[in-house]
Ligand binder design. Structure first.
Ligand code: PA5
Length: 447
């Protein structure tokens, strides 16, 4: 079971201050549970673990996996951006063998790669180089069905698949995940006869990892989605409890208390490189949910010990506006013991007989103590190991804590008005029909 620990904050806050924030967090939780707060039409994610485990969605995703496997598909291109990308990317980075690409084929599952999360021409061309050598299928994901980056990528990949296999076969190799009724992707899918999975109206992008948005790519890559949902279900129950024992209440309370004490930046830390994209997913979840109305903790992330040799100096010694939350993994899935060396020229025989993970653990503990001494409060979230179950519990825990935390902060966690600004400029610069006035104005501005 996921555990939250805030012992590393003791020297920065007192008990009365913390209790005050627990009260705020419990009120925020009650608003979330009663569905009376801002954005309350976007709370469909709250019961996804229990509802999905009881439903047929995972079976339907497995049917796609089996149909594509029968065709010999060995490359699945998953197209999406933001919440329609980061959850699946995070899960696959965590679960895949680190060197899966070089070991390709060994697991007997297709390689899953992502597109539509950038507009780099070089990326597109290199993706096509890969696709040219593979047996390809595609999942295109966009809730709105109108987001530019995935739409451009899909146009390229769709044409590629149609050219390679013909239109009829392409329709069997493309699956769309989108709104039930609205958007260009929905109409295009209906017209082309693609199988579609629905993202319900009441689930926003960054809260959608436990919908087909995350479930389909994770199942296609061969992972146990039911285990992930069971882990999430454990947190669905634990994080609904209206008590101080609720880990989401504790985390939301402490991070807001620290924010109000001037700790404006929270760094999500992991000593497991496989969790790098947990940091990316978490940054989107918290950044888009909380960063508005001139407020919000700035979410950052580091992977250690790697980043101790780049960001470590700042964290230890730079401006004192930081707090850290470490995602601690209790057990490594693999073991490697450091052997003794007769000559001991490197002076490392003091480590002989120890596991590499013991060194990693001592680095983690030593770093946390050093950062407390340097004025950086430490929270930690521990999971037993990296697997589907524990990832599911992390996903749900962070989502629930995010809703509570944003309500404490006094913002609507479920909208993202700021994301529109760049799009308007981009469309004006690209001379999209309907943007004539903005095109004129922006061209004046950059003359
Ligand atoms: O959290 C969000 O709502 C956003 O990050 C979206 O997921 C992102 O913009 C992609 O949107 P869409 O799925 O509509 O293409």
């Amino acid at each position: 079971m996921l555990k939250f620990n805030m012992g590393g904050c003791n020297s920065f806050v007192n008990n009365a201050e913390y209790e005050n924030y627990v009260e705020k967090a419990l009120s925020a939780l009650s608003v979330l549970e009663k569905e009376t707060g801002a954005g309350n039409d976007f709370l469909g994610w709250k019961h996804l673990p229990s509802l999905t485990l009881a439903g047929k969605l995972v079976d339907e995703c497995e049917a796609v996996r089996d149909a594509w496997s029968a065709k010999g598909v060995d490359l699945v291109i998953v197209i999406g951006i933001g919440g329609s990308y980061l959850g699946a990317k995070c899960a696959l980075e965590a679960l895949n063998h680190t060197f899966a690409k070089s070991l390709a084929g060994k697991r007997g599952m297709p390689e899953v790669v992502f597109a539509g999360n950038n507009l780099s021409e070089e990326y597109f061309c290199e993706l096509m180089d890969l696709a040219a050598q593979k047996n390809v299928a595609c999942v295109v994901i966009s809730k709105s069905g109108t987001t530019t980056e995935p739409a451009v990528a899909f146009r390229v990949v769709k044409q590629f698949i149609e050219n390679k296999y013909g239109k009829a076969e392409a329709a069997e190799r493309i699956v769309a995940v989108t709104d039930a009724k609205r958007g260009a992707l929905k109409s295009l899918s209906d017209q082309e006869g693609y199988k579609t999975f629905v993202i319900e109206d009441n689930v926003g992008g960054r809260f959608s990892v436990l919908t087909p948005v995350g479930i389909l790519p994770i199942v296609l890559a061969g992972y146990d989605m039911r285990a992930m949902l069971r882990g999430a279900l454990e947190m669905e129950k634990a994080c609904a409890k209206p008590c101080e024992c609720n880990p989401a209440v504790q985390y939301a309370a402490m991070r807001n208390l620290l924010y109000n004490k001037g700790k404006k930046i929270e760094i999500l830390v992991s000593f497991q490189p496989k969790l790098q994209y947990l940091g990316e997913w978490w940054k989107q979840l918290y950044g888009e949910s909380e960063g508005k109305d001139g407020k919000g903790i700035f979410p950052a992330s580091v992977i250690c010990t790697t980043d101790l040799h780049s960001m470590g100096q700042y964290i230890q010694d730079g401006e004192r506006i930081l707090m850290e939350t470490t995602v601690t993994v209790e057990q490594s899935n693999r073991q490697l013991i450091i052997e003794a060396d007769e000559q001991n020229l490197d002076g490392l025989n003091f480590l002989a007989g120890k596991r590499v993970e013991e060194c990693n653990k001592m680095a983690e503990l030593g770093t946390q103590l050093a950062h407390i001494d340097g004025g950086v409060p430490q929270m930690s979230i521990s999971i037993e190991k990296i697997d589907e179950y524990n990832l599911g519990s992390l996903f749900y825990f962070f989502e629930k804590a995010c809703g509570i935390s944003a309500y404490i902060l006094g913002v609507n966690p479920f909208n993202q008005p700021g994301v529109e600004a760049y799009k308007k400029n981009m469309f004006a610069l690209l001379e999209k029909p309907g943007y004539e006035e903005q095109t004129k104005a922006i061209k004046e501005r950059i003359k």
